[in-house]
Design a binder for this molecule. Sequence first.
Ligand code: SF4
Length: 74
Amino acid sequence: MSAPARLSVRIDRKVCVGTSNCAEEAPRAYEMDDRASPHARPGATDDDILRGAEACPVGAITVFDPTTGKQVYP
Ligand code: SF4
């Protein structure tokens, strides 16, 4: 069983264009709501979070380590 996520996610909705790449690439970490807007989901692993962020074509997803406050992606 994979470790639960340590990382946290910020999705910039002004940048997001609703492609759903994040949710398709990492459905345990991201899901689209009924307005085609993505949300971070609980229960994802850090790998899920990073894979979905890397799939975003417009760089709308930023990933942080909340224990250090440092940005880890991009
Ligand atoms: S991949 Fe990026 S642009 Fe596409 S829905 Fe996710 S956050 Fe928005």
